[in-house]
Design a protein around this ligand. Structure first.
Ligand code: GAL
Length: 667
């Protein structure tokens, strides 16, 4: 299905009919409405007006367009804040934020929660029998806008209750957090601070639990809304629009209460100077992550459909890019794509966040591109209906606990968990090898290769899982700073890499943070610079694969390989450069018996999406130049570029800039 986010309340009623007709002409079947319209629906405490929304739903329904309603709880109205100023969030420095923007709310505040329950239940009751309303999006991008989260008294109270539930006794907390350091031992839970400004930094154990607590609070906040909708609207689905790798909420937990996950995909943002042509892997990685959350198909609730902008504006998508990104979303598992947004807003913070229609409302080139996209890709989606998405052979283990632990202590100021993962992901992506992201509770056995990046925090379950994976024949690739800490963020009193020593057949008696220190590795006859970190490894059963190039640990292993039981475990002690990473990944893939995917030039992505009905091969040219791709012989062409110039030979397919080609097989 295709559709769009629509804000009819931003334009006069007389425009609505022509909007609906234009949407119909574009082939849209679904529209998301009302997710910021709290004040329009409840203009005053307990006073409701659904008439305008009823009319819009009816008008769209008459054109065969279904509706997803957003609960408008991301935009608490002025009357509510005026009456209950305590619902406003408090910053880390103790100042209370003001009304304005959106998400100006604390998630734990009881009065806010009650007000949320009232608006959500009223909407649910009002729309439960409306034939055009099919489902709900709870709030909007939970965790977004909450840069500092909230440090109010209510949050403090809930933090203490959360800690008490987790640890039972204050002695257990003291032991787990190692509060003996700097005399921070507590005698009551109520003494425990929120991580407010202090002269130095807080205990890393406290900080990690604060991340977990605030994440749980948001999961709980969503759960209240989901429960109401499920209670009132038994036939409707419930989803939420996630934001790729945004790190405020543990999406592995947030997705649990939903029927399916939705995601907002903006390949070109509005910050930075990165230009209009972005590496395909950058937009592919969040899509694979989102598919992995429930191991299945998902929706794109917002697909970029124009230049992004608030105070500053990003580049305008080049002709063809909106269609290209839409195809990419589908290739990676989207079953529905809703564009953001219908028409560019005349007012407010997002005046420059461009929709399909410009400010004038006249359909132009973007509208035509979207309509063409829908026309061409609708049959493709149809052919992928039903059946499950086949699993990849490579998994990347992703954990919010590790992400947060590295946010708290990055070691090297430039070390980022996500960037590290991205470097390896790009290498698989470049080879057109499909990757699944898995979480800590997912099964690994079905994968031939598991990349477990920086497994910094460990617990018995995780150690047992990775060990069993290798013992049973899996190929495991792990990287620096693994096996360092327990799950409470305390350092293990063991030789590194802690409980992983036997699996990897190594010991790490020392390490070097590469700050202003240069280092390199020698691997298969090449020498290349490495960065950020160096685990100085001693083998204890493993074979060295690469060694450091200089300084007092020259010739000591930097990468090792260990045949362990039926499998193989690789350990990489540093942040490799591109050339060595490339060779190492080739070696690891070979040992897992995985071949490269379809052969394409750089910047052309080849993705196979499979279902029970057959397979579709997507060839996507993310570059602004024509690219020559070998014609995929074993496949039937389903969509070829209109202006595909003939290649040098008949076996070539020429994909113009930002073009796509689709092929099918089986079914
Ligand atoms: C998304 C958000 C939308 C809109 C858009 C443009 O992240 O869900 O409501 O704000 O960005 O900024």
């Amino acid at each position: 299905m295709f559709g769009v986010a629509y804000y009819p309340e931003h334009w006069p009623r007389r425009r609505w009919k022509s909007d609906a007709l234009l949407m119909k002409r574009a082939g849209f079947k679904v529209v998301r409405l009302a997710e910021f319209a709290w004040e329009k629906i409840e203009p005053d405490d307990g006073v409701f007006d659904f008439s305008w929304l009823d009319d819009v739903v009816e008008l769209l329904g008459a054109e065969g367009i279904d509706v997803v309603l957003g609960t408008p709880t991301a935009a608490p109205p002025a009357w509510l804040v005026e009456k209950h100023p305590n619902i406003l969030p408090v910053r880390r420095d103790g100042t209370r934020m003001s009304f304005g923007g959106r998400h100006h709310n604390c998630h734990s505040n009881d009065i806010f929660r009650e007000s949320v329950e009232i608006i959500v239940r009223s909407m649910a009751v009002h729309y439960r029998d409306n034939p055009h309303v099919k489902g709900w999006q709870v709030d909007n991008e939970l965790g977004n806008s909450h840069e500092e989260l909230c440090y109010c008294d209510s949050c403090r109270y809930h933090f203490h209750a959360w800690l008490q539930r987790k640890y039972g006794t204050i002695d257990a907390l003291n032991a787990a957090w190692g509060t003996v350091f700097w005399s921070q031992t507590y005698t009551h839970f109520t003494q425990i601070p929120m991580p407010l400004a202090t002269p130095n930094s807080h205990n890393p154990a406290l900080l990690l639990d604060w991340h977990r607590f605030t994440s749980d609070l948001i999961v709980d906040f969503q759960r209240i809304q989901v429960a109401i909708i499920r209670d009132e609207c038994r036939e409707h689905f419930v989803t939420h629009n996630f934001m790729g790798f945004a790190g405020k909420v543990d999406y592995h937990l947030l997705c649990g209460d939903l029927d399916f996950v939705s995601h907002d995909q903006y390949p070109l943002g509005f910050e930075g100077e990165s230009g209009a042509v972005r590496p395909a892997a950058e937009s592919a990685m969040p899509l694979d992550f989102i598919r992995g959350l429930k191991s299945t198909r998902f929706w794109i609730m917002e697909q970029q459909s124009g230049a992004a902008g608030w105070e500053t504006i990003g580049p305008t998508p080049r002709p063809g890019q909106i269609r290209l990104w839409t195809a990419q979303s589908i290739a990676h598992g989207a079953d529905a794509v809703l564009f953001f947004r219908w028409r560019t807003s005349p007012s407010g913070t997002e005046q420059y966040w461009h929709g399909i229609l410009p400010h004038s409302g006249d359909p132009g080139a973007r509208y035509e591109e979207v309509a063409k996209t829908v026309r061409e890709l609708d049959p493709v989606l149809e052919s992928l209906k039903g059946g499950d998405i086949r699993k990849s052979r490579v998994a990347i283990l992703f954990s919010y606990d590790q992400l947060w632990a590295f946010d708290i202590q990055p070691h090297h100021p430039d070390l980022r968990y996500l960037d590290h993962i991205g470097r390896y992901y790009s290498e698989f992506h470049r080879r057109n090898i499909a990757v699944d992201f898995v979480g800590l509770s997912d099964e690994l056995a079905a994968y031939d290769l598991v990349f477990a990046p920086m497994v910094f925090l460990v617990n018995d379950e995780l150690v047992a899982k990775l060990r069993a994976y290798v013992e049973n024949g899996g190929v495991l690739l792990a990287t620096m700073r693994s096996g360092v800490k327990d799950w409470n963020n305390g350092v293990l009193s063991e030789m590194l890499p802690g409980p992983f020593g036997r699996v990897f057949g190594i010991q790490i008696p020392d390490y070097d943070c590469l700050r202003g220190v240069t280092q390199g590795v020698r691997y298969e006859g090449i020498e290349e610079t490495v960065s950020l970190w160096a685990d100085i490894i001693e083998t204890a059963g493993a074979a060295p694969v690469a060694v450091y190039a200089k300084d007092y640990y020259a010739d000591r292993p930097a990468i090792t390989e260990h045949a362990w039981e039926a499998g193989t475990a690789y350990y990489v002690g540093t942040e490799l450069g591109d050339a060595v990473r490339r060779r190492l990944v080739a070696r690891v893939l070979e040992s897992a018996g995985i071949e490269n995917g379809y052969d394409t030039p750089d910047g052309v992505e080849a993705v196979v999406r499979s279902s029970d009905r057959g397979e579709v091969l997507f060839l996507l040219n993310h570059t602004d130049q024509a690219q020559i791709v070998p014609f995929p012989d074993a496949w039937r062409p389903a969509l070829l570029p209109d202006d595909a110039a003939p290649g040098e030979s008949e076996e070539d397919l020429v994909l113009p800039a930002f073009e796509i080609a689709l092929f099918t097989r089986g079914g």
